[in-house]
Design a protein around this ligand. Structure first.
Ligand SMILES: Cc1cc2nc3c(=O)[nH]c(=O)nc-3n(C[C@H](O)[C@H](O)[C@H](O)COP(=O)(O)OP(=O)(O)OC[C@H]3O[C@@H](n4cnc5c(N)ncnc54)[C@H](O)[C@@H]3O)c2cc1C
Length: 311
């Protein structure tokens, strides 16, 4: 599984194609160039459509003449984001090429509002490439968050885990290639053994092996993806991909990204009771006092405090 037709990629990266379509100079610079993620993964932009102006233009269709200056464009985009008027964001699209471990792909694919085309391990032979976490990423199961890691392993423990992961992955890959029994040209390596179908031989490989896909989505759904996967609650291994994509998005649609950071990523959503607490606080009622007459659970109170950065 080559890192995508490198010659073609190099040619495309150098190509200068005149176009009347709007382009974004900062993203053009990044087109086709992989941003490395984890030990063997990457993300790169293959294509995109639209820019901040496309969002504004679409919004103007719904609001009539509307605003003209760039300052007003920013204001309009911020208004759209604040009020969840999201369809103008759908006018922008981006197509990414991603190389990622299979267990990350399993989380990613849950985002249904995208178009995906994945490398076929029925057709092609997978490379001997699997994810081994950095020692600093190896940690014990968290007690407070059942979906997370907590106390880091000691360096000896981390090394032992890395050794186990590598050994098992290599063993599985050896049996995979033995079953495939192909010298790379279609000829058998062992003339007395069968060439097991690739679609069957692959079932022995673990979720740490790398796969690749093209992933295309619009800006509205990309923001939804980023809000969930660039968030600290997401697993580290998908978070780092989301963060790489967030950096690209910032270059592509800087005004929309700024609004996204202000009104989504950095914002908090409050329940009815939480709003009551905040209102009471404005009148000088402490949280402790408020909770005397409330049936909020301890967990809800903790989550509320966390939203306000009080834990
Ligand atoms: C921290 C974290 C932990 C998670 N843990 C688990 C877990 O333990 N188990 C698990 O199974 N999943 C888990 N998930 C996955 C999660 O439940 C979602 O499937 C995933 O985040 C995709 O979100 P989405 O459905 O909003 O995205 P998309 O599929 O992109 O959909 C975007 C939006 O479109 C709408 N939509 C799309 N399809 C439909 C539909 N068929 N019907 C109605 N509305 C639709 C919804 O409004 C949805 O929010 C976890 C996700 C996160 C971020």
């Amino acid at each position: 599984m080559s890192d995508l037709h490198e010659d073609t990629a190099a040619l495309l990266a150098e190509a200068k194609t005149p176009t009347r379509r709007p382009t974004v100079a900062a993203l053009e610079e990044k087109l086709f160039r992989p941003v490395h993620v984890l030990d063997h993964g990457f993300v790169r932009v293959i294509d995109y459509m639209g820019d901040d102006a496309a969002i504004v233009q679409a919004a103007r269709v719904s609001y009539g003449k509307g605003t003209k200056s760039q300052r007003n464009d920013r204001g309009l985009i911020r208004y759209l984001m604040r009020h969840r008027h999201t369809t103008p964001m759908e006018m922008c699209e981006i197509k990414l090429h991603v190389k990622l471990p299979i267990f990350v792909a399993r989380q990613w694919i849950r985002h249904r509002t995208a178009n995906v085309n994945e490398y076929s391990a029925r057709y092609s032979i997978l490379d001997r490439e699997f994810y081994i976490p950095e020692p600093g990423q190896l940690a014990e199961q968290s007690n407070s968050n059942r979906q997370g890691r907590e106390q880091p392993l000691s360096s000896e423990q981390a090394q032992a885990v890395r050794d186990i992961l590598r050994r098992d992955a290599m063993t599985c890959y050896d049996t995979y290639t033995n079953m495939i029994n192909d010298d790379g040209t279609g000829e058998k390596i062992d003339p007395n053994a069968p060439q097991v179908a690739r679609e069957l031989a692959r079932i022995n490989l673990g979720a740490g092996y790398y796969t690749q896909w093209y992933w295309k989505t619009d800006l509205h759904n990309l923001f939804h993806f980023l809000s969930l996967r660039a968030h600290s609650h997401a697993q580290y291994e998908i978070q780092v991909y989301a963060e790489a994509i967030a950096e690209m998005t910032k270059l592509w649609v800087p005004m929309a990204f700024e609004a996204f950071e202000d009104y989504r990523m950095g914002a908090a959503h409050f329940s009815t009771d939480e709003v009551k607490i905040l209102r009471a606080a404005l009148d000088g009622v402490s949280l402790r006092e408020f909770l005397k007459g409330s049936d909020l659970s301890a967990r809800e109170v903790n989550e509320f405090r966390k939203k306000l950065g009080k834990i």
